[in-house]
Design a protein around this ligand. Structure first.
Ligand code: ADP
Ligand code: MG
Length: 227
């Protein structure tokens, strides 16, 4: 599903040039659950942004599904992104002015889906957040907001979920709930790539990729399941 070849990302500002990713070669098959770990600043979010077609690499190739996307325009990337990828962020990134229902409905509007109400309400019910459908994000706890964000990420039935420290702002009970949601999605076939600082959350994954200074330094099974 994902294959990067010598993927490179430089950020240039007036004073400095930062090599955020340097020759990253990563292959991920459909159905995998991969955790990305590594110290702050090592390039985890940059990698997720490139994999998620939010940004273009400076150099190298990226094949996503059957598309060679490294030279795609912003519009081409947006079209592929909205049809295939759902995002979950540490800070939830819900739209404060929209209700829970409207936040989750939004991807379906972008996809031009006309029969939305039943689909949104069924998912909100599964996520145990239906009674809050007319509330605004600020009226919810962090755990509830992240459940809404996961619902928004999956409503369009994306093939790939990218989660950047999805439990970073949650207490342990809410974190466990989000990890169970992600595990359940992976069990039904959704590919998941998740950045995390938590070794215990990384153990939910089938594979852990460690980054350091823009490079992959290891790529293996989590300790808990290694034979
Ligand atoms: P991580 O998510 O692992 O903490 P990032 O991918 O956010 O790391 O950042 C990798 C490196 O790139 C860091 O040195 C960071 O300061 C730099 N960086 C990230 N985004 C930008 C940007 N938009 N402009 C300039 N430098 C950036
Ligand atoms: Mg980051």
């Amino acid at each position: 599903m994902i294959k990067t070849t010598n993927l490179k990302k430089l950020y240039r500002t007036e004073e400095v040039e930062t090599t955020a990713l340097n020759n990253v070669n990563l292959e991920i098959q459909a159905g995998e659950f991969v955790a990305i770990m590594g110290p702050s600043g090592c390039g985890k979010s940059t990698l997720l942004n490139l994999l998620g077609l939010l940004d273009n690499p400076t150099d190298g190739q990226y094949r996503f599904l059957e598309h060679e996307v490294s030279h795609y325009s912003e519009r081409q990337r947006a079209n592929l992104r909205k049809a295939s990828i759902g995002f979950v962020f540490q800070s939830f990134n819900l739209i404060d002015e929209l209700t829970v229902y409207e936040n989750v409905e939004l991807p379906l509007l972008y996809l031009g889906v006309s029969e939305r109400r039943k689909r949104v309400e069924t998912l909100l019910d599964q996520m145990q957040i239906l009674p809050r459908k007319n509330h605004f994000p600020q009226q919810l706890s962090g755990g509830q907001q992240q459940r809404v964000a996961v619902a928004r990420a999956v409503i369009g039935q994306p093939k790939l979920i990218l989660a950047d420290e999805p439990t970073g702002n949650l207490d342990s009970a809410n974190s466990a709930e989000v990890m169970q949601l992600l595990t359940g999605l992976n069990d039904t076939g959704t590919t998941i790539v998740m950045v995390t600082h938590s070794p215990s959350h990384a153990e939910y994954a089938h594979r852990i990729v460690h980054l350091f200074d823009g490079h992959i330094v290891s790529d293996h099974l989590p300790e808990a399941v290694r034979v």
